[in-house]
Design a protein around this ligand. Structure first.
Ligand SMILES: C[S@@+](CC[C@H](N)C(=O)[O-])C[C@H]1O[C@@H](n2cnc3c(N)ncnc32)[C@H](O)[C@@H]1O
Length: 366
């Protein structure tokens, strides 16, 4: 490998999120009718910026502090261009495959040398898990699925979770077969403050959550297992099986593949912070802010929120999630936005990425 590629690789950090764990169906409905508009998206693994192309915007400006996360999007762009939909799903990890190394090479053929070197070094992991399975977050789920889940549920129970059922049947299945004593024990163990603090999240995240983290997770799992239909939930399916079933995240579905492919040149990728975008003087009509506010202190959040408002066109929407920390429009800016409570309530009820505690849609007053 030439020296420059090694240097380029060293400059990348690790992938934290190899796929998007935020529901793009909910996101795109929250953004509203955005044909011809300018949108801004946090990149993460790139899937929701891609899903936003379905709204037919003039452009989607994509930002992320992490070069590794930007590399996830650049690889996807190569994959949409080079592969048909079935091959894309194999490379992604949604479908079994014994040819991921070859598909990866094809997807990387027209990408920049840094992206190519970064992903080629991950070939073995991609072969095993797909490009959507190689992040730290997905590794955390893999530990859960490989070492803990088999102690609690048989393969046939796990398969049965994803059988289509009415809501009443789902409730009965959940109470008799899914939510067992052992399952509860596992949640308590895995999501104890100690383990979560050690393995993933800062313990301070839980300061705002009602009850213990395990109780919070148990409530959200009921939402995923009973209130919504598991057979239509790609996130629960991946967590429990390591792949996708019939349901796929929005950007990966067949019906959107060609539309997204034909609009890839509307992505305007700007490695760096959201704060850097908002200081350019450009105006946008919709912001996918992921759950970035949780990573800021309340003071920094307030400051960044104000700068986003200064970059927002009248009628623009700010869409974001909270997992553990409460973040909504700071009091100082409340007169400038309207919280779309009815829309939030409707979309929260259908959010398949069930682990968030709150979903926020705020509209800038005209
Ligand atoms: C906040 S994390 C959350 C990921 C998420 N819950 C998911 O499902 O993928 C998403 C991304 O935001 C990026 N990020 C966090 N703060 C940012 C900022 N101020 N500007 C740009 N990117 C940021 C991180 O690098 C990360 O890749």
């Amino acid at each position: 490998m030439p020296q420059s590629e090694i240097e380029a690789r060293a400059a990348f950090d690790h992938i934290r999120y190899a796929q998007l764990w935020e529901d793009a169906d909910v996101l795109t409905q929250a953004l509203g009718d955005r044909a011809g508009d300018t949108l801004v998206s946090i990149c993460s693994a790139g899937d929701n910026a891609l899903a936003m192309l379905v709204l037919d915007p003039a452009k989607v400006v994509v930002v992320d502090l992490s070069p590794a996360q930007i590399a996830c999007l650049r690889l996807r762009i190569g994959a949409y261009r080079a592969l048909d939909h079935e091959a894309f799903l194999e490379l992604a990890g949604s479908r079994p495959s014994d040819r991921r190394a070859e598909l990866l090479t094809r997807a990387l053929a027209d990408t920049d040398p840094e992206t190519r070197a970064f992903w080629m070094a991950l070939t073995h992991e991609v072969e095993a898990h797909g490009i959507g399975g190689v992040g730290k977050f997905e590794r955390y789920f893999r530990i859960f699925r490989t070492w803990m889940l088999p102690l609690v549920h048989s393969r046939s129970t796990i398969r049965d979770i994803f059988e289509p059922r009415s809501q009443a049947e789902r409730a009965a299945f959940f109470e008799t077969r899914f939510d067992t004593v052992r399952w509860r024990l596992l949640l308590n163990l895995f999501f104890s403050r100690f383990v979560m603090g050690r393995m993933g999240r800062d313990k301070a995240f839980f300061d705002y959550v009602e009850g213990s983290p395990a109780q919070h997770v148990a409530r959200r799992i009921r939402h995923a297992a009973v209130d919504t239909d598991p057979s239509r939930n790609p996130y629960l399916h991946w967590i429990m099986t390591g792949t996708h079933g019939a349901a796929l995240p929005m950007a990966w579905r067949a019906e959107h593949y060609e539309v997204i492919r034909s609009r890839l040149d509307r992505l305007d990728i700007r490695p760096g912070s959201l704060e850097a975008f908002v200081s350019t003087g450009e105006k946008a009509h919709g912001f996918n802010l992921s759950d970035i506010f949780e990573y800021m202190s309340p003071e920094v959040f307030e400051e960044v929120y104000g700068s986003i408002l200064s970059a927002a066109a009248p009628g623009a929407r700010l869409v974001y999630w909270n997992m553990m920390a409460p973040r909504r429009v700071p009091a100082r800016f409340a007169p400038e936005v309207t919280t779309l409570t009815d829309l939030e309530t409707r979309l929260k009820a259908q959010d398949m990425a069930f682990f968030y505690s709150d979903f926020v849609v705020e509209e800038v007053r005209g």
